[in-house]
Write a protein that binds this ligand. Structure first.
Ligand SMILES: Nc1ncnc2c1ncn2[C@@H]1O[C@H](COP(=O)(O)OP(=O)(O)OP(=O)(O)O)[C@@H](O)[C@H]1O
Length: 300
């Protein structure tokens, strides 16, 4: 069965500045299911932002295609919402107007009252209410601005939400709070999300699956690691789950060593990512639930 989002044989090459060609990645293929939260991890320069820009329709690959709901992605669209690290709010509009602006564009037949109500609902979900909604971005803290960006993205109900290191510029405390808010808002919307982060713990907290990229050039998505920690999750709760350290160690080892060992072009063509499922719980103790497989790591 075809995935909701399918990335097929994506290749990106650039001039290398010395008369040659830089192949960032070649024949990258992977899929994302509807409602999934997928995070991509990889070292600087492996091509994460390039993939994100292609998914957003902001740039075209050298070859290959991205299909969403069976249709090839071409150019930006309200079906794909993007949240960048630098907020990208409209500075002349209030926090509320930054959200209503998008909602009105998306739902042209809605009354003004309905647009405002919907926008306030999402702003409240990220903890923004009252007078603060009338402030311009310059009068908000960095954390508040990023909350507005997240509310704006979710309020537009894009088919695919793309998050490019959305918490990168925030202090650890604010970052933690907004991660929790993001989880809450995501749980209530069944939104499909594709996110870039450099933070392993953030990835484990948020993701259903983590895609691991080898180092560039000729980077590839080598593994798709399932996060076998049940939801709802909290930052403090996940570290107590028996699978947490198994997953974390696997990710650290990949980024520290294997991303380098596996780097380079694969003779005979780029293989699809291997599925990795780490589960040390042994299938206890919920008698109602399907027995969990007694597997450590399974590649297939
Ligand atoms: N327009 C361009 N022209 C030439 N080279 C480019 C261009 N855009 C990106 N690159 C190169 O492509 C590679 C991948 O860049 P990209 O920004 O996608 O990496 P990244 O994994 O997102 O890195 P980071 O984690 O540092 O943001 C890098 O080597 C970069 O120098």
């Amino acid at each position: 069965m075809k995935s909701f989002l399918s990335v097929e044989n994506l290749t990106q090459r650039y001039p290398d500045g010395a008369g040659g060609t830089l192949t960032v990645f070649e024949d990258a293929s992977f899929g994302i299911e509807k409602g999934e939260f997928v995070v991509i991890l990889g070292h600087s320069g492996c091509g994460k932002s390039t993939i994100m820009n292609i998914l957003a329709g902001l740039s075209d690959p050298s070859s290959g295609v991205v299909k969403m709901d069976g249709y090839a992605v071409s150019g930006p669209s309200l079906d794909r919402g993007v949240v960048f690290q630098n907020y990208s709010l409209l500075p002349w509009l209030s926090a509320l107007a930054n959200v209503t602006f998008g909602v009105q564009a998306r739902y042209r037949d809605w009354s003004r009252a309905r647009v405002v109500e919907e926008s306030k609902k999402y702003l409240a979900m990220v903890g923004l209410e009252g007078d603060v909604l009338n402030r311009k971005p310059a009068q908000l803290s960095g954390g508040m601005r990023q909350r507005v960006s997240i509310a704006r993205a979710f309020a537009n109900h894009p088919k695919l939400l793309l998050l490019d290191e959305p918490f990168g510029a925030l202090d650890a405390l604010t970052r933690g709070t907004i991660q929790d808010e993001l989880l809450k808002i995501w749980a209530g919307t069944e939104q499909t999300v594709f996110m870039i982060t450099h933070d392993i713990d953030e990835a484990i907290l948020l993701a259903d699956r983590i895609l691991l990229m080898t180092n560039g050039p000729f980077a590839r998505v080598a593994e798709s690691v399932e996060i076998t920690i049940p939801r709802p999750r909290t930052r403090t709760g996940i570290v107590d789950h028996p699978n947490y350290y198994a997953i974390r160690n696997h990710l650290v080892h990949f980024l520290g060593q294997r991303s380098r060992d596996l780097a380079g072009r694969v003779e005979g063509g780029t293989p699809p990512p291997e599925t990795v499922r780490l589960d040390v719980t042994g299938g206890e103790p919920d008698a109602e639930a399907e027995p969990a497989p007694r597997l450590r790591a399974v590649n297939h």
